[in-house]
Design a protein around this ligand. Structure first.
Ligand SMILES: Nc1nc2c(c(=O)[nH]1)N[C@H]1C(S)=C(S)[C@@H](COP(=O)(O)OP(=O)(O)OC[C@H]3O[C@@H](n4cnc5c(=O)[nH]c(N)nc54)[C@H](O)[C@@H]3O)O[C@H]1N2
Ligand SMILES: Nc1nc2c(c(=O)[nH]1)N[C@H]1C(S)=C(S)[C@@H](COP(=O)(O)OP(=O)(O)OC[C@H]3O[C@@H](n4cnc5c(=O)[nH]c(N)nc54)[C@H](O)[C@@H]3O)O[C@H]1N2
Ligand code: SF4
Ligand SMILES: [Mo]
Length: 885
């Protein structure tokens, strides 16, 4: 018997529908839900590997107080008592919640209600501050509310899609697939990518504008001026539905093309092509993400984009509009419940006394927060300087993901009371908890999420709850009850919370608020369980709408949109010691701090080590070769060590380092230790894509690579990075050799017994050293050490853990670190669904496969989730270029 459950992917904001199947043995498999309107059956590499990430290794299974197992009662009592006492002694603003766009709406609603309506402080903020705050602020400035006017279908209906600061191919892969499929059907459709890097997303781009960091305002201001000059303004729309056009145009209109080219770093020819395309095309969708939001001028960037859509009236009609791509699965739900410190519930404003009073009457709360609380960066500063004395962190890992991450770590280490709710127990943040509360994770928890197009979908449970894990909403509700707020938090389950949230959205809402799901105000358990994905609004009359603002109707007092005059930021002259811009972001197969995707060997095979993209000419000047290690130094005296990746996809003068590596996986590569806490003054969103750094070659005494069946316990190296592989782990490391020599180190670090056989080999000429450990025919570990970067075929070596090594003669191949001549070496994995490596794809190209389809037919690569198709095309192009030489 198989049981099938329809649920939603817990990763990105595309919000794909997933069907999870559990067979009689309890084995879980997942596939895309063909009926879900976000993905129509598709899943990306991360979604396809969900079943591999639900294992219990490392899970928090019971509450802990000071690292010791404790009962729920004792733990919840301690949290409630400490919060109550802290509030009594120091006031409500001495406590805080730091929550996450990965909570379900119901969890989020309860946490926000407790802090704003019962504790009476607005000190609840969320990792969405690092993610979406500039979009929220930009929407509110322009539209009067945080309304996303467009929907996914618009991407397919558009004639021009502009992607600004979005690596959609890797970060919103299913949406990217929808877009590429639409473009394949209708090749006249144009795609423009605006990103300092030539990312995988550029695979389908007709134009790539490699804009310099924060050059976007100059570009979109220039565009607004061009639209005005070329007669592309929709005078009727501007006159009837907007105000502020003249001032916005005045602010935008200076600078000739040459100056624009200087300010943006883009050639005049490309700028002209882009402007012309935009001016001439009616159906334009502009999608934007972290390259826009995560900036000290993020809100202005958002408004510079919105200005161009408002001025042309290209908003809210099929195939037209700005579309902010939300990162997390429930970034939008968090905004709906008011989970940001400067918002109230149900898209109401904390500064608005009428709305505050309305929410208080609805909640029947004793006190109401009457001013915005501390935003994430300021919240952790307040923890550091002792203004906040008790903090509860749920579903986020700020010791890794906040800017100035070491300061956040120190602040939490010194904070009198830290509560952490997480599904994993050894995250960098959970290690600092006084009270650790085990949460139910994806597949166990139940509730709703909202995706980037305002579509609300159910996450449904299909696994039994492990250990004593409990839902996040339950944890907040139990603490609330213990703080004396019994009946307002006496929920029977997520359906009751959702019903209350829906009722609040409709409460005294005569159409003046965009967010209205009043149709679900009285929803019961059964209807909630059966809820199909739907787009809000869905008022009590059942009226829904896919788009907003085609006919105006903004949520400002005069119902007109505002065009906002934005100033082009002045370019700073960098300190020559820190002459590089450090850009940061994501890779295809990992999710943030890797607490889940890191469990999958397949997902870890695509990129197994932290890296720094650097332009070859910059690398050359600094004496850095490909695969060298580099040290990146920041103005705050912190440094990291990562692997150099020389690529012309990177622009000169800029570096790119992914955000994913942590104290658990590569302690010398926590990139947020380098990023300053400079934030956008309006949204409070930090400039995570723009640190100033210097880069140099890091020369260790030795480099090493290890494959091993167990995780090494002792890693005394200046640099190391660990990743899962089938049957064990792979470790890259560098630094000085261990004091007692390699064999004793391996023995104690892997806790090998006396019976294990070791065999070593030294190449006197090169200084290379190899050490193998066997238990009978089973390979336990293979160590490769060299004064140079180790040249071992990584994937081949990692695959040896799965092989039998009965043939003792053949074992010598392991010393070589590569397969025998003629035997296959797949190379670094490109297609994670079928574990197809770069060498296999190149070989197939060599044999005559010329297209992605031909590679698919020959190797299966790229035929399941499709996330690797841009990389396959790149390999094909490179092979064709080689053949042509
Ligand atoms: N695989 C994967 N997918 C994810 C996630 C993940 O962890 N892994 N996380 C999810 C989350 S929470 C989020 S927020 C999204 C983020 O999704 P994206 O925003 O698409 O991803 P990022 O890699 O953070 O940054 C996007 C691009 O911004 C560019 N950029 C940097 N500075 C500038 C600039 O000044 N101007 C412009 N125009 N571009 C710039 C970078 O070069 C980068 O390619 O991804 C979601 N999806
Ligand atoms: N330099 C740099 N820094 C960045 C960014 C960047 O682009 N560059 N991006 C920023 C952005 S956009 C984001 S969204 C953040 C993301 O950063 P984080 O939110 O810190 O990253 P995650 O790894 O997603 O953390 C989620 C945590 O919640 C736990 N968890 C998973 N499911 C549950 C659950 O159901 N309940 C509970 N209680 N816990 C759960 C996971 O184990 C994990 O520890 O990083 C930000 N930081
Ligand atoms: S695109 Fe991928 S990560 Fe995003 S929701 Fe869909 S399957 Fe999940
Ligand atoms: Mo995000």
């Amino acid at each position: 018997m198989l049981t099938e459950t329809k649920t939603t992917c817990p990763y990105c904001g595309v919000g794909c529908g997933v069907i999870a199947t559990v067979d009689v043995t309890g084995k879980v498999s997942v596939r895309g839900d063909p009926d879900h309107p976000a993905n129509y059956g598709r899943l990306c590499s991360k979604g396809s590997a969900l079943a591999e990430t639900i294992g219990l290794d490392g899970r928090a299974l019971y509450p802990e107080i000071l690292g010791e197992r404790a009962s729920w009662d004792a733990s919840l009592d301690m949290v409630a008592r400490t919060f109550t006492q802290t509030i009594a002694a120091h006031g409500p603003d001495s406590v805080a919640f730091y929550v996450s766009g990965q909570l379900l709406t119901e969890d989020y609603y309860v946490a926000n209600k407790l802090m704003k309506g019962f504790i009476g402080s607005a000190n609840i903020d969320t990792n969405s501050r690092l993610c979406m705050a500039s979009s929220v602020a930009g929407h509110r400035r322009a539209f009067g509310a945080d309304t996303v006017p467009a929907c996914y279908e618009d991407l397919e209906l558009a004639d021009l899609v502009v992607l600004v600061g979005s690596n959609m191919a890797w970060c919103h892969p299913v949406l990217y697939q929808r877009l590429s499929a639409a473009k394949a059907l209708r090749p006249a459709m144009k795609v423009v990518v605006i990103d300092p890097r030539r990312t995988a997303t550029c695979d389908i781009a007709d134009l790539h504008l490699a804009v310099r960091a924060d050059g976007d305002i100059a570009l979109f201001s220039g565009l607004l001026a061009h639209l005005a000059q070329s007669g592309a303004i929709d005078e009727n729309y501007v006159g009837r539905h907007t105000s502020g056009f003249a001032a916005a145009l005045l602010a935008a209109s200076h600078g000739r093309l040459a100056e624009l080219s200087e300010a943006t770093g883009v050639s005049g020819m490309l700028i002209r092509q882009f402007f012309r395309l935009f001016a001439e095309t009616q159906k334009v969708v502009t999608c934007y993400s972290q390259g826009v939001n995560q900036s000290s001028v993020g809100t202005d960037k958002v408004n510079a984009i919105l200005n161009c859509h408002l001025a042309t009236g290209r908003i809210g009609r099929p195939g037209m509009g700005p579309l902010s791509l939300t990162g997390q699965p429930n970034a939008m739900g968090g905004r709906e419940v008011g989970g940001l410190a400067n918002m109230l519930a149900a898209h109401m404003a904390i500064e608005n006394p009428v709305q505050r009073d309305r929410v208080q009457r609805f909640w029947k709360g004793p006190v109401m927060a009457d001013k915005p609380g501390l935003k994430a960066v300021d919240m952790f500063k307040a923890v550091a300087d002792g203004r906040i004395k008790a903090i509860w962190i749920a579903s986020t890992n700020p010791v890794v993901s906040m800017p100035d991450a070491d300061a956040v770590k120190a602040a939490l280490a010194a904070c009198p009371f830290v509560v952490v709710s997480d599904i994993q127990k050894d995250t960098d943040t959970a290690r600092l908890a006084h009270v650790l509360l085990p949460a139910t994770g994806w597949g166990e928890k139940s509730g709703t999420v909202t995706n980037s197009e305002r579509r609300i979908s159910r996450q449904r449970p299909f696994l039994s709850v492990p250990g004593e894990a409990r839902a996040d909403w339950w944890q907040f509700a139990e603490v609330a009850k213990r703080m004396g707020f019994r009946s307002p938090f006496d929920y029977s389950g997520p359906a009751a919370i959702y019903a209350e949230h829906a009722a609040l959205s409709a409460f005294e809402n005569d159409g003046e608020r965009d967010f209205d799901i009043g149709a679900h105000a009285g929803i019961g358990d059964q209807v909630y369980d059966d809820l199909l994905p739907f787009q809000w609004p869905l008022s009590h009359t059942g009226a829904s709408q896919a788009r907003f603002f085609a006919e105006g109707g903004f949520f400002t007092a005069d119902r007109k949109a505002r065009l906002v005059p934005v100033a082009t930021p002045v370019m700073q002259i960098p300190d020559p010691k820190f002459s590089f811009t450090l850009n940061t972001g994501r890779i295809r197969d990992h999710w943030h701090t890797m607490t889940r995707t890191g469990k999958s060997a397949r997902l870890s095979a695509h990129i197994a080590e932290p890296f720094c993209e650097i332009h070859p000419s910059d690398a050359d000047k600094a004496g850095i070769g490909d695969a060298d290690l580099v040290r990146i130094d920041a103005e705050n005296d912190r440094s990291i060590i990562v692997r150099a990746l020389l690529t012309e996809r990177q622009m000169r003068g800029a570096l790119f380092v992914p955000m994913h590596w942590t104290g658990e996986t590569a302690p010398s590569a926590r990139v947020d230790t380098l990023v300053s806490s400079l934030a956008d003054p309006l949204s409070g969103q930090p400039a995570l894509k723009m640190a100033r750094v210097g880069v140099s070659r890091y020369v260790p005494q030795m480099h090493g690579f290890l494959i091993t069946v167990t995780r090494p316990l002792d890693l005394p190296f200046a640099y190391w990075a660990i990743a899962r592989t089938e049957g064990g782990y792979r470790l890259e490391f560098a630094g000085s050799p261990p004091a007692d020599g390699w064999e004793p180190w391996l023995q104690h670090s892997l806790q090998l017994g006396e019976d294990e056989q070791f065999s070593g080999y030294v190449d006197r000429k090169t200084g290379d050293y190899r050490l193998l450990a066997f238990d009978g025919d089973q390979l336990l570990a293979a160590l490769f050490v060299s004064p140079q970067p180790v040249s071992v075929s990584r994937q081949w070596a990692a695959d040896q853990l799965k092989q039998s090594h009965a043939d003792r003669q053949a074992r010598s191949r392991l010393f070589a670190g590569r397969p025998a001549a003629g035997a296959s070496d797949k190379g670094a994995i490109v297609c994670s669904c079928f574990s197809i490596g770069i060498n296999e794809i190149s070989a197939a190209a060599h044999r005559g496969c010329r297209s992605i389809e031909a590679i698919g037919a020959a190797l299966n690569a790229g035929t399941n989730c499709g996330s690797c198709r841009p990389e396959i095309r790149r390999i094909l192009d490179a092979n064709q270029a080689l053949a042509a030489e």
